[in-house]
Design a protein around this ligand. Structure first.
Ligand code: SF4
Length: 412
C-alpha cells in the first residue's frame, strides 16, 4: 500500500491546508521531483509490501504533472519490486487540468495501470466555486468527466463540499442532482466523497475567520445538508454509505482508503507524506496483513521490547514516520528530512477506535471491550449510539454518523 504526495497546485483553494507549492514557481522542478521520488522509492523498497495492493497518487494536484513524471515513478516502483498491476491505482485530478490536457493524457495514465480517478469537483455552483478559488467552473467539471469517460476510466470518484453559509439547501440538492447527472451516458459516478467545510489552521479561510470576514455555517444547517446528502445518495441511487463521508456503488468502495481506516500500514513517498509501520508481536491482534520491517532505524531504546535483528516485539509497536513538508530539502535529499515517532498503545487504540467507528462496518465488540471503559460502552449501546452488526461488531448507526465525533470521544 503506497501513497505518493505530489506537492504542487496551480493555485490555492480558500479552505485548503494541505502541503503544496504553487506550480508557476516550480515548472522546472519536474525532473528533479521524479529523481527524488525514485531515490526515495528505491531506498524504502523493503518497507513496501503487496498485502493491500494499492497505489494512491494524491496531493496537491497530481494532474499538474506531465505524464513523464508518472512514467518515471512507475519505473522506479518497478525497480523497487512494486510495479503495476495494482488492485487499485488512483490518481487525483483537477477538472481544469483534464480539460487542458485532454483525452490523450488520461489514456497515458491508464496505460501505466491507473484504474481509478478521483476528481475534485467540490460544487456545481459557479459562485461557490469562485469563492473556493477553484480553477474550474461547473461546465468544465462536466467536460472533464466526459473526457474521463471517453478515455475509458471505469471507476470515477468525485468530491463535493457542503456546510458553507452561502450554500442553501436548495442549491445543495441541485448540486447533488448535478453530480448524479454528470455523465453524458447517464451513469452515476461510482464513488462520491462529500465533506463538510471546516476551517483548517493555516488556510486562507482561517485568516478570513480571524479578520471577521467569514462565519461558519450553523451546526443545524450542516446537519440538514448531511441528511440531504445521505437520503439522496442512499435511498434513491443505491450508494453504499460505507464511511461517514464516503458513498460507493456496490463493489466500488475505495480499497486504499478503506485500508487506512483499518489501520493497515502504508508507505508514503514525497514531501509531507506520512507512513505507518507495525512491528507485530507473536500474539498480535493487529490486523494481519503486513509488513513490519523498517529498513531505516527505529532504535531499540525508542521502542522497548523491539528486537531489531528479528523484527519481533513483545507487543505490537506502531511507528508513524513522515517526510518534512519541504520541497527544496526533499529535492536535495529525499531521505534527509524524515522524522518518526513511536505511537503509544493509547494513541494506537484511540486511532483505531476513531477510524474504525467512522465506518459502517464498525469494530469488533471484543476489541472495544478490551480497550474502552465497559460501562461507557454499555451506556452507548443502551442509548443507541452503538448498535450490533450481524457479525460481532459494534458500529455507530448511520442516522448518528453526523454526531460520531462526540460518540467516539465519550468512549475514549
Ligand atoms: S484543495 Fe487540492 S487543488 Fe486546492 S489547494 Fe488544496 S491540494 Fe491544491
Amino acid at each position: 500500500m503506497i501513497y505518493v504526495h505530489v506537492p504542487f497546485c496551480r493555485s490555492f483553494c480558500t479552505y485548503c491546508d494541505f502541503y503544496s507549492e504553487v506550480t508557476s514557481r516550480c515548472d522546472d522542478a519536474w525532473s528533479d521531483f521524479s529523481d527524488a521520488l525514485a531515490r526515495e522509492a528505491e531506498a524504502r523498497a523493503c518497507e513496501m509490501n503487496r498485502e493491500v495492493n494499492t497505489l494512491y497518487i494524491g496531493g496537491g494536484t497530481p494532474s499538474v504533472l506531465p505524464l513523464s513524471v508518472f512514467e518515471d515513478l512507475s519505473f522506479a516502483l518497478q525497480r523497487a519490486g512494486q510495479g503495476a498491476p495494482f488492485d487499485e491505482f488512483t490518481v487525483e485530478v483537477n477538472p481544469d487540468d483534464v480539460v487542458r490536457k485532454g483525452q490523450a493524457y488520461i489514456e497515458g495514465l491508464l496505460k501505466l495501470g491507473v484504474n481509478r480517478i478521483s476528481m475534485g469537483v467540490q460544487s456545481f455552483d459557479d459562485g461557490i466555486l469562485r469563492w473556493m478559488n477553484r480553477r474550474h467552473d461547473s461546465a468544465t467539471a462536466r467536460k472533464a468527466y466526459a473526457i474521463l469517460e471517453d478515455a475509458g476510466v471505469g471507476n470515477i470518484s468525485i468530491d463535493l463540499i457542503f456546510g458553507l453559509p452561502q450554500l442553501s439547501d436548495k442549491v445543495w440538492r441541485k448540486t447533488l442532482m448535478q453530480a448524479l447527472d454528470i455523465s453524458e451516458h447517464g451513469v452515476v459516478p461510482k464513488h462520491i466523497s462529500s465533506y463538510q467545510l471546516s476551517v483548517e489552521p493555516g488556510s486562507a479561510l482561517a485568516r478570513m475567520v480571524e479578520r471577521g470576514q467569514w462565519t461558519e455555517a450553523s451546526d443545524e444547517k450542516c446537519e440538514r445538508q448531511y441528511d440531504i446528502l445521505c437520503e439522496t445518495l442512499e435511498s434513491a441511487y443505491g450508494y453504499h454509505h460505507y464511511e461517514i463521508s464516503n458513498f460507493a456503488q456496490p463493489g466500488y468502495e475505495a480499497m486504499h482508503n478503506s485500508a487506512y481506516w483499518r489501520h493497515v500500514p502504508y508507505v508514503g513517498l514525497g514531501p509531507g507524506a506520512h507512513s505507518l509501520s507495525i512491528y507485530r508481536s507473536k500474539n498480535s491482534d493487529a490486523p494481519r496483513m503486513y509488513g513490519q520491517h523498517d529498513c531505516h532505524n527505529v532504535s531499540a531504546g525508542q521502542a522497548p521490547g523491539l528486537d531489531l535483528a528479528t523484527g519481533e516485539t513483545s507487543e505490537d509497536v506502531y511507528v508513524r514516520q513522515w517526510n518534512e513538508p519541504d520541497l527544496k530539502q526533499y529535492l536535495k535529499d529525499p531521505l534527509s528530512a524524515q522524522d518518526r515517532e513511536i505511537l503509544t498503545s493509547d494513541q494506537v487504540m484511540i486511532e483505531r477506535v476513531m477510524l474504525g467507528l467512522r465506518t459502517s462496518a464498525g469494530l469488533q465488540e471484543s476489541f472495544l471491550r478490551k480497550h474502552c471503559n465497559p460501562s461507557l460502552l454499555d451506556n452507548a449501546i443502551r442509548s443507541g449510539d452503538l448498535v450490533r452488526t450481524c457479525g460481532s461488531n459494534l458500529r455507530i448507526p448511520k442516522e448518528k454518523f453526523f454526531v460520531s465525533d462526540s460518540i467516539i470521544s465519550a468512549l475514549i
